[in-house]
Design a protein around this ligand. Sequence first.
Ligand code: GLC
Length: 623
Amino acid sequence: MSSVKKYTYGEPFFTEAVVKEIERSAGDPAEFIVDKKARTFIYKLDPSTVCYGLGETVRGMNKRGWLYISNNTDEPHHEEGKNSLYASQNFLLIWSKKELFGIFIDYPGRLSFDIGYTETDTLTITFDDLDADVYIIRGESAEDIVKTFRGLIGKSYIPPKWAFGYGQSRWGYKSADDIREVAREYKKAGIPLDMIYLDIDYMEAYKDFTTNKETFPHFKEFVKEMADEGIHLIPIIDAGVKVEKGYEIYEEGIKGDYFCKDELGKPFTAAVWPGAVHFPDFFKEDTRKWFGDKYSKLVEMGIEGFWNDMNEPAIFYSDKGVKEAKKKLAAIPEKELTFENCGAYRDALSTLDDTYRDYHSFYHDVNGKKVRHDKIHNLYGYNMTRSAGEAFQRNYPDKKILMFSRSSYTGMHRYGGVWTGDNASWWSHLALNIAQMPALNMCGFLYCGADLGGFNDNTTEDLMLRWIAFGMFTPLMRNHSALGTRVQELYRFKNKETFANFIKLRHAFIPYIYDEFIKAAENDTMYFRPLSFVYSDDERTFEIEDQLLVGDSIMIAPVYKQNARGRMVYLPEDMKLLRFRGVEDYDVEEMKAGDHYVRAELNEVLVFVRHGRKFEIDDNSHI
Ligand code: GLC
């Protein structure tokens, strides 16, 4: 039997993460020592306690041993020393030999989870303000708890089926001809391609909902030309609206009073890609409607999918920050360079993008009430994506539109998926990708994936092969990289044939992947599960963070180390190993439960089929 208890503290902001009415329980949750003055919830961790959850964060699946801070951040360095990434999912599953329960903290401000970091046996949750709804979820199993939690937060977003294809992206495609070249080269190499993503350069001067007339002329015809090639174009939309007289979106935003305000009640100005921007106040229903309807400009030109970016919101610097920096610079005495002066110069400029200062300087209008941004910061990206999702439902009720976002909070999973932002072309980030997926699934984000091959830094062919061999199972399968890094379209590499085989395999797997995805979305279950969720009687499985169950029938054990020609794999039960080199080229091997060193060459994809289950592929599958 599962149960949910809700405890309310202070005056919680109505985040709309939870869609179910739950009666409020009196007192504090018995599981925690609650110190209202210190704004902390404390829980003693048993040596056997494992903590799962928190969605997209750094480190492994078991979150124990680090400090995680829910504070959506444009963080391009996903190193293990970081505390916050772009998203906040305040759901934690606490699981020991003694007890098992889930906690969801519905609070959109800054919240920290010290999970055995300060003291190895203590979990301390600290709120900036104790204005929150806290849900304690109990159930018979981890899966049961996740299902109950998901029941609370509503059904996950389902993208169109074609969005399970393979997509190529790169920041740096400057023109329609660049895009045509990508399509042509993929075709020439015999590697299937279903989507090409348009990064900020398709716009005119990075202005949302515009298309560059010189570099992308006749946009509508171009979209059709690509569609005829079987390629969907997926443009990016950024949160900031360029401040520019005469630009329709800016003018309408001012006229309609749709932007966030500064202390003086003027539209708040910050700099992002377009230069000076204003941020739409997505907490206002009329702003959401106005901005959401703008996506139609592109939908009417044949576009069927979008990615929402820079929506933490990312701020490179603000008016206020520049003024402060200038003041600091002016205060440095004009004399020869000393060590102190050097530090002062550096300090003046390094605080330009101090988002804390900026998040304290602008305001939202929430049903007529002025709310300072930092209080509800983690909801901004969610509401941007919601504005699009609501508009799609309103304007195209019979159409499925692809939507995923960089920033998120629980609840956004009803409107779109996520990608995990600016990772790097590092082997450790392939491992991170594996760990992040089930954590996101727990929180309702089923359509998700990372930038395959890595966004920052230079990739290598073997990393790309291994990453594609894993990414072939992620619902969002997109190769994306940053401006200035080594090009990584699959046709750039020597091993074109292997890449072609891999993408064809992905296509052949789609019937399975799609069915399992839909099942997870409909039943509030997970598409990617840690092994412990299924084999909880087997203690070993709690320590396995580099193998995943994908749907109900299969397990994967991706290779994520350079120069490895195989890896150790733990089989909690007898399984059948399918070793794919191509859709029609595979071997089958029966394997016994236990530890195995399993060979996996660079041109192979390994699928472990669970005992008594079926994994059927469709060699004629196309989307
Ligand atoms: C951000 C995004 C990245 C994109 C870039 C340019 O860094 O995370 O995916 O390519 O902006 O738009």
